[in-house]
Design a protein around this ligand. Sequence first.
Ligand code: GLC
Length: 460
Amino acid sequence: MGNDRISRRELLASTGASLASLAAAPGISARSTVPLNRLLEPQSPPPQESDAEITDRARRMKWWHEARFGMFIHWGLYSVMGRHEWVMENEGIPVNEYESLAKRFKPMPNAARAWAKLAKQAGQKYMVMTTKHHEGFCNFDASKYTNYCAPKQGPGRDLVKEYVEAARAEGLRVGFYYSLMDWHHPDGSRCADDEDARKRFVEYTHGLIRELMTNYGKIDVLWYDVAWPLEADGWESERMNKMVFELQPDIIVNNRNKLPGDFSTPEQQITAEKNGRAWESCMTLNDSWGFQRADDDWKSSRRVIQNLITCARDTGNYLLNIGPEPDGSIPPESVSVLTEVGQWLQRNGESIYESDLCQPTRSNYASFTRKGNTLYMHVHYWPGSYVVIAGLMVQVKSARMLANGQKVNFQQDRFRVRFTDLPVKAPDHPVTTIAIECDSEPKQDNIFVRKERPRQSVGV
Ligand code: GLC
């Protein structure tokens, strides 16, 4: 244990999920303490939170934990070039040359309506759109601070406003991505070693965030990105978050302004957080966040569904990106993958939304999620007329095919459950789910199988 010891309060502080079950968890003593060496660590440890703050986080995050699946949208001047959102930096484009894109960015009106419709259809419950990416261009009305913003340039109107309205019209929660790093602003880099520049740039940054938190009604997520070249002190991140929560008492914020925030953000990978801390895995549908015309490395709907299942199994969220074209239209490959995922979720959503932490993982062709005593077996590679789980330590009571409710026959002994009389061809596409009702919380123990399974006395 050693350094991994945390107090119950810290544990509760880090999660909004399943407060009741955590409070009741064995081995978490109210008197266990944080080891001294951890308290003395130089970089800002999470500040001690009051019970009221912990309860408040659980309240703010409830919808998000239930949602599981969101749409990320990367859209800006880089979309005009169609060479990835890092094109300005990675092709060394001078600021004045890059700025000319702002006049050429002329998206169709209300492009965001199609994004929101697609998100809804795809079973996504919230959206997070780039309000300002590293390039420094503001998709919203930032004219109090800069003319490098959509209403003053090619678009001639506030694109964030259109997006917010579109998301709300579909009943989706609204998130704002905001990059602290800024390649356009003259102080964006020199703030690192010029105190006057830092002060100006912090005022600019806090000012823009204030605009975002003030002018668009209730915002559900603030998604900071890249804090280069400053740390939390330099950004005055405590003060930044305080302002955000004063303006938006229900919002949740991520951890990329160098403070822990409400949730972690593993990128292009699915890595669950420890100790029940909330997390969201963000991922591209091909290999680029912003539109990159030639990037055709699309993930299949099966891959996306598998990823979503993995997130849901470990009580994380999956934030899946689209990179609209400069006119705002969605690449057709993204539309078809997300549509298939949505159709699958219509039949199988019960196994994803509001899922609980799931212990069973072992199979050659399936993965698992859980809700209460129901285990969902997601078969990616359908092996034929029967499928098996080994080492299930609870009693199966009944099983059904999630897509059509049909009863599934099964036989269970100490070592395995065999689900039998199944069709040879996979009944659902691209993943077939069997809902397995158990007599208690499903647990799997494959070492038990390895040790206890009867062996022949070969060679003795
Ligand atoms: C990275 C990239 C950025 C992208 C972000 C999404 O920080 O720099 O382009 O917006 O990941 O998580």
